[in-house]
Design a protein around this ligand. Structure first.
Ligand SMILES: Cc1cc2nc3c(=O)[nH]c(=O)nc-3n(C[C@H](O)[C@H](O)[C@H](O)COP(=O)(O)OP(=O)(O)OC[C@H]3O[C@@H](n4cnc5c(N)ncnc54)[C@H](O)[C@@H]3O)c2cc1C
Length: 419
């Protein structure tokens, strides 16, 4: 690793990996800092599956780096198309994804530091000059020229004093937390239909044998035979930027997981011999801070399929809010063939000159965030932020002054889809 990287990226989830590879290029020293021991964020650490739709009406909406990751997963037999309730989705093997992401970062000559948390920043005249880090070697400071916040929680922006929002407008409550888990040993040929599984689940709830607040049993298949993936646990009133709340969410969601596994074994045909296979190494946090940036993406932008002149990513997934009160899910799907775009301005935070933001913490309302937060879109937003950082270094410019059309052309050259 060189002494002073030019581009420093906080967080190695979908957005951070996208940003690091987007920023990479000859002579551009890029450093990616991740607090866990591997890359992929919620998709690996949180075991969050499947990838929601990135194709609509025969058009692929997310290309670039994300498309290349899909190709590598397919080559390793670690990818499977699926769908339910009229929506397409895409299952992947998270263990293989971890390997593919590290392989692609190494090929792109990106430096990285794992097991390292960013704990603060130094700021001079509206510019971040360095980030404070902590790992087993102790506390440190890493300097850079352009910084990218891909922490999901907008940690870097928050430490820098960028204005942020949390939750729904009326009370600031956020979507519930959910621990994803998988059971193995399932005889899929005997599994009932979705509706029947939910009927059995609600019966067990009514009898007091299941205490999860969720209204139905949400499950997906995986690329592996006999394995079913559950996104059913639900813990409410969790602020994912509070250590105390995160601790409560871990404990309660693991309790729900065991209870649900017991219910599956005793009540659901095909699950009699199932066993708890694996769970996320962290509870899944859907929503925390959103930055206030040059443009705030709104629900109307999503619903109307708005196309911005400075679009840097597209999305076709609609508003999907797991209601903060615990029971109910509000879903507004777009019609087949409809999609929206996300403007470069939503990645530009107010107040700091040399910071870009990508992934789920971009400038968006509570509702719009519930659409753009899916992993394929976060990879694309990351690639856009990283590419912008590379162009800023090349042209010696601030992100806010970068010509968005130049950025769009550069993204297209690398296979990204922005129109
Ligand atoms: C329960 C749940 C269900 C979901 N369901 C789906 C689904 O079905 N399909 C879908 O496509 N998407 C789904 N999502 C959404 C999706 O997984 C996330 O929105 C997406 O992963 C966000 O990507 P990101 O890169 O912005 O953030 P993250 O994936 O959260 O990655 C952020 C990374 O930054 C690291 N980090 C954070 N803070 C620091 C710090 N201070 N220092 C160093 N590193 C740091 C984290 O360890 C992490 O690796 C779901 C999310 C949850 C929680």
């Amino acid at each position: 690793m060189s002494k002073h990287p030019l581009v420093v990226i906080a967080g190695g989830g979908p957005a951070g990996v996208g940003a690091a590879i987007g920023a990479s290029g000859p002579g551009n020293d890029v450093l990616l800092i991740e607090q866990s021991g591997f890359f992929g964020g919620m998709g690996t650490a949180g075991l969050v599956q499947p990838w929601m739709a990135y194709k609509t009406g025969g058009k692929t909406i997310t290309g670039g780096l994300f498309g290349k990751i899909v190709e590598r997963l397919k080559l390793r037999g670690a990818f499977k198309d699926g769908g339910h309730l009229g929506m397409t989705h895409h299952c992947f093997d998270p263990e293989i994804l971890k390997i593919i992401l590290q392989e692609m970062l190494i090929e792109s000559d990106v430096d990285f530091l794992l097991h390292t948390s960013i704990t603060g920043v130094d700021i001079e005249d509206g510019n971040i000059t360095g980030v404070h880090t902590w790992n087993k070697s102790g506390a440190g400071t890493i300097k850079g020229v352009i910084f990218i916040d891909a922490t999901g929680d907008a940690d870097l922006s928050y430490f820098s004093g960028v204005p942020c929002e949390k939750g729904r407008p009326q009370d600031g409550k956020m979507q519930p937390a959910s621990l994803h888990f998988r059971v193995g040993g399932v005889d899929e040929s005997r599994m009932p239909e979705r509706e029947e599984m939910t009927r059995l689940y609600l019966k067990a709830k009514g009898e007091g044998r299941v205490s999860c607040p969720r209204e139905n049993l949400l499950w997906f298949d995986t690329p592996r035979k006999g394995e079913i993936h559950f996104n059913t646990t639900r813990v409410i009133n969790v602020d994912g930027t509070s250590g105390i709340d995160l601790t409560r969410a871990e404990i309660e969601s693991r309790r729900q997981m065991e209870e649900l596994t017991g219910f599956l074994k005793s009540d659901v045909p095909g699950f009699e011999n199932c066993y708890l296979d694996v769970s996320g190494s962290t509870v899944g946090i859907r929503e925390t801070r959103r930055i206030k940036g040059e443009y705030q993406l709104t629900a109307d932008d999503i619903r109307s399929g708005k196309k911005f002149p400075d679009a840097v990513a597209l999305g076709c997934y609609g508003i999907d809010i797991h209601l903060p009160d615990g029971k109910g899910t509000r879903q507004e799907h777009l019609k087949e063939g409809e999609y929206y775009s996300i403007p470069y301005r939503a990645l530009l935070p107010s107040g700091i000159n040399n910071l870009l933001v990508c992934g789920r913490c971009i400038s968006s309302t509570h509702e719009a965030n519930a659409a753009i937060r899916i992993q394929p879109t976060c990879y694309a937003l990351g690639e856009a932020a990283g590419t912008a950082a590379r162009l800023c270094i090349e042209k010696n410019q601030r992100p806010k002054n970068l010509d968005a059309e130049l950025l769009r052309q550069e993204l297209k050259k690398n296979g990204s889809i922005v129109d």
